[in-house]
Design a protein around this ligand. Sequence first.
Ligand SMILES: C[S@@+](CC[C@H](N)C(=O)[O-])C[C@H]1O[C@@H](n2cnc3c(N)ncnc32)[C@H](O)[C@@H]1O
Length: 188
Amino acid sequence: MDKKLIDFLKELKLYGIEQNIPNVTERGGQFLNMLVKIAKAQSVLEIGCANGYSTIWLAEAVSAIEGKIHAIDHSEPTFKSAKENLDKAGLSDRVDFYFGNALEVIPTINPSDSFDFVFVDGEKRSYWDFWEAILPRLSEGALVVFDDVISFPHKTKPFLEKIKNVPGFDQVILPIDGNDGILLLTRI
Ligand SMILES: C[S@@+](CC[C@H](N)C(=O)[O-])C[C@H]1O[C@@H](n2cnc3c(N)ncnc32)[C@H](O)[C@@H]1O
């Protein structure tokens, strides 16, 4: 990855810590970036882009294959700064931004766009609703990542109880950070 982009990501991460923006960790961003590259995902959906830190990791991953990120958030002013940060990263041509509630936005995204990779980082209590919204839009072999499934057990437990019985997907919880981790699903 470009050294200037790595420096910008480090700067943005520090800013997020100072401003209490719940960005993924650097390792989490690296992991998403690698997964998208391994999957050769062309069409990526992100639910909850905040100020664009994770979006940059995703956008860099699809840039070599001219893929696209559909990034959604319903909170200003972080949404505005996401657009500015993708511009600064030189990756804005890889991202379509949508302002609004993901549950309302997803059905408006071009139905011919199925998603090869979905990163879900919106409100934890809505994880099951997000799942129902994305399920009909997943491509063959799609990967889905739900963030923060360990450190908010009161919010994510009902979702985890339900999703573990969903047929047609392999799934694993990966503790990629000290006190938190992701749920990764792959369509089989
Ligand atoms: C944990 S932050 C996202 C951090 C970002 N993914 C990163 O790592 O840089 C969660 C974001 O999800 C957004 N969000 C929560 N529920 C949402 C929903 N239903 N629709 C759209 N955005 C939502 C919030 O506004 C917030 O900015």
